[in-house]
Design a binder for this molecule. Sequence first.
Ligand code: AMP
Length: 192
Amino acid sequence: MLNLILFGPPGSGKGTQASKLVDKYSLLHISTGDLFRYNMKNDTPLGIEAKSYIEKGDLVPDSVTINMLKAKVNENSDVPGYIFDGFPRTIAQAEALDNFLAKKDLAVSGLLALDVPDEELIKRLLERGKDSGRADDQDENIIANRIETYNNETAPVFGFYEKQKRANKVDGVGSIEEIFERLCAMIFWMKR
Ligand code: AMP
């Protein structure tokens, strides 16, 4: 099974690249951000709880996020692998993911981190906010908080997988196709 973590700050292109990787490797795409947005749109109790955090650009608490992720994996066990997009975002989530997969005799094959400078992220997020309708992409203060949260709470997750020799950095600046080729080359080496 190929289980990938697509990692990187908000606006680094995780969603765009995840959908291309899904087509190529027939993996199930699990985006915790998309799952939260679906729940918010449908006013579920989970969506109502997540909304107060998301609209400020803060992380949703680990317990809520981890349970949602586990439920999604458990509902879709018969797949060739998973792409986790936007998860794990804290060390506690990374540990929970490793333990959860281990109980199923599975493991994270590798983490692919998209490397993009902050100025480029802000530009991309504001551009996306024009059409996406996402309130968290339209306000520079919320964007700044999301990037700060990433640097403080999420970036250490790279080190967590680096210690296990499963973390890989990919240059996330260039055309969608160029970045996709870089990711595929990395996956090729990972699968050997
Ligand atoms: P994203 O679409 O991945 O940028 O996520 C949008 C928002 O959802 C984030 O700014 C967080 O508030 C929340 N979120 C998504 N994934 C997670 C996660 N793994 N842990 C905590 N909060 C998350």
